[in-house]
Design a protein around this ligand. Structure first.
Ligand code: DAU
Length: 348
């Protein structure tokens, strides 16, 4: 299969590329805008591997650019869209960026799939949209099922929900072969330090405060990036057209527990934790049911403790990678997001 991976130089995308190329004969084109969250260095391991590199081509570009996208989609049997503005806090500061990539970008890709020349032998070109549990909004009772109504509460979640709806509409209206995955909170190597797990690991390594929002009792289901990447592959190969697949891990933890696990593995004290003003509209809990993807033969393979330990080790061993991302623009973002919060924080 020839796969166009949009956002393949990002966190989940680059791991998907690595694991899929390593386990199949597929070839891939990665299209990536290389925003602050992506990086050419995320593909270095693949490009240095002689058995993988010849099957990978990299194109720097934007999923909103209809011409580029049309050209690349025409050469692909399938499109996997991992490209997104993914950070809730940034979407609160700048909702327009989420709207552009997560909605207009998805629309541009769907249009390219709809209008692309037909594949030989009547084969259909598959479009896989990588989405999130956040589209359901907070979970107050039983874990969310794929048939549940959407109730997004942040600009980020609203933009992802809109992307999902455009994707489903393309199936209903134009009979496109689409599938959607909705992943839980993902952590692992190469995640930008803006997110909870890498932020707390890298701050703790530097002896800097860990800004825990509100009471720290918000609950998330934590999935290791390798498991998430493999789940995307499973749905790409076996998902039913027009269907949605939740990707839960079954490792629900409160943020205080995640923080404790990180500090324990690093051997750093709890006194680094600061209780800071909460994220506005902060969802208390996400939880999803996973029977549908289980029926395709996928289940998560990584225990939470093992995943956290290997992630902590990776950041310890790749300081240059994350220090490079904590640049001048990072300092500005950090000040805007945490400056006042940390100045008015209370201790752990
Ligand atoms: O649930 C899937 C989603 O997980 C993905 O769709 C998003 O792209 C991804 O960013 C993530 O969203 P969250 O908002 O849950 O992730 P984040 O790492 O920002 O925050 C995780 C939890 O930790 C959340 O309850 C907020 C809290 N938090 C986060 C940061 C960055 C803190 O307490 N302090 C922080 O500084």
């Amino acid at each position: 299969m020839r796969i166009l991976v949009c956002g393949g130089a990002g966190f989940i995308g680059s791991r998907f590329v690595e694991r899929r190329l390593g386990s199949t004969d597929d070839s891939m084109i990665v299209l990536d805008r290389l925003t602050y969250a992506g990086g050419r260095d995320n593909l270095e391991a693949v490009e240095a591997d002689q058995s993988l590199a010849p099957r990978l081509r990299f194109v720097e570009g934007d999923i909103c650019d209809a011409e580029t996208v049309a050209r690349l989609v025409a050469d692909a049997d399938a499109v996997v869209n991992v490209a997104a503005e993914t950070h809730v806090d940034r979407s609160i500061l700048d909702p327009a960026a989420a709207l552009r990539t997560n909605v207009v970008g998805v629309h541009a890709l769907l249009e390219a799939v709809r209008t692309a020349p037909a594949l030989p032998d009547g084969r259909r070109r598959r479009y896989l949209q990588v989405s999130t549990d956040e589209v359901y909004g907070p979970c107050e009772g039983d874990p969310h099922r794929e048939t549940d109504a959407l109730a997004p509460r942040s600009p980020y979640a609203a933009s992802k929900a809109a992307g999902d709806l455009f994707t489903l509409a393309a199936h209903e209206t134009h009979d496109l072969d689409v599938v959607i995955t909705r992943g839980a909170n993902t952590y692992g190597r190469r995640q930008h330090p803006e997110k909870l797990v890498p932020l707390f690991i890298t701050n703790a390594i530097d002896g800097q405060p860990l800004p825990l929002y509100g009471d720290g009792q918000q609950r998330r289901d934590w999935i290791f990036v390798d498991d998430h990447a493999d789940a995307i592959s499973t749905v790409l190969d076996g998902g039913e057209a027009g269907s949605i697949y939740n990707i839960p891990a079954g490792h629900e933890r409160a943020n205080v527990e995640v923080t404790r696990a990180i500090l324990d593995h690093l051997g750093r004290p709890w006194s680094l934790v600061r209780r800071v003003e909460d994220r506005p509209g902060h969802d208390r809990r996400y939880a999803m049911a996973g029977e549908r993807i289980a029926s395709l033969g996928w289940s998560p393979a990584t225990a939470f403790d093992d995943g956290i330990r290997s992630t902590v080790d990776w950041y310890r061993e790749h300081e240059a990678w994350w220090r490079q991302r904590r640049d001048r623009a990072w300092d500005d973002y950090y000040e805007q997001q945490y400056g006042r919060r940390l100045a008015t924080a209370t201790t752990g």
